[in-house]
Design a protein around this ligand. Structure first.
Ligand code: NDP
Length: 243
């Protein structure tokens, strides 16, 4: 954890999984936008300049509560939540044991429920707020070996739509970003031939940068997106269109 709270005049933004990849790009986007930014990761080693980095596992309810209390004391109530922390444990169903199923659901889906519930408790009093869930094109395409991951990411869409209706009267919007193939550590884990096969499914013919996803997240958090709620914004080079 960094010792000093970052300066800034904008909103209080929390990004889960902000230590690398898409989350780190979101942290940088909001810091550059003048917001007060905190992020969570299990090992938040690479602290982004100007952000408050907290060690927190989103699968640990007590840890999440402690992190929110810390953020609220140092930066104020969370006004924008980017629920981005996610993992994969890809394997075919026959080999997908309960632990591999549970780990992915608990991090990607239940972890998002946990941080959203905690953030919303304060947003309700503020009568404003933005929730942005990072799902995946995999929620709609359903790639083999990703039953746990696809279920977790599709679950985020249902959760977002239910919350969008539930929270609209308090001016809290809830939206989903669905990235395709993004050049981060997560896809480094794929073998090269599988990655090439997947790129062939992308009309734009390349992976996205994490910054391209962060720009979409930043838009959904912006003033200009105030009338958008319950939406799923694909950032996938066209990979999932029509699904
Ligand atoms: P990375 O693996 O690069 O980063 C994942 C981030 O999540 C890290 O900061 C990691 O930090 C954190 N994290 C993982 N588990 C937990 C946990 N239990 N508690 C708190 N933090 C955690 O992934 P990406 O940047 O590629 O992915 C970010 C999101 O985007 C994920 O939800 C992913 O499913 C989604 N996505 C990614 C795509 C891609 O092609 N890369 C495509 C579509 C969606 P630490 O390990 O220290 O906890």
């Amino acid at each position: 954890m960094s010792d000093t709270a970052p300066a800034g005049s904008g909103r209080c933004v929390l990004v889960t999984g902000g230590s690398r990849g898409i989350g780190a790009a979101c942290v940088s986007w909001f810091v550059a936008n003048g917001d007060r930014v905190a992020y969570l990761a299990r090992s938040p080693a690479k602290a982004a300049d100007g952000a408050l980095a907290l060690a927190c596992d989103v699968t640990d309810p007590d840890g999440v509560e402690a992190a929110f209390a810390d953020i609220e004391a140092r930066l104020g109530p969370v006004e924008v939540l980017v629920a981005n922390a996610g993992i994969t444990r890809d394997t075919l169903l026959a080999r997908m044991d309960e632990e591999a199923w549970r780990a992915v659901i608990d991090t990607n889906l239940t972890g998002t429920y946990r941080v959203a519930r905690r953030a919303v408790a304060r947003m309700l009093r503020l009568h404003r707020g933005r929730l942005i869930f990072v799902s995946s094109v995999g929620a709609f395409v359903g790639l083999p070996g990703q039953a746990n991951y696809a279920a977790s990411k599709a679950g985020l869409v249902g959760m977002a739509r239910a919350l969008a209706r539930e929270l609209a009267s308090r001016s809290i919007t809830v939206n989903v970003v669905a990235p395709g193939l993004v050049a981060t550590d997560m896809i480094e884990a794929l073998d090269a031939s599988r990655l090439e096969q997947m790129k062939e499914l992308v009309p734009l013919g390349r992976t996205a940068t994490a910054e391209e996803v962060a720009a979409a997240v930043g838009f959904l958090a912006s003033e200009g997106a105030g009338y958008i709620t319950g939406a799923v914004l694909p950032v996938d080079g066209g990979m999932g269109m029509g699904l």
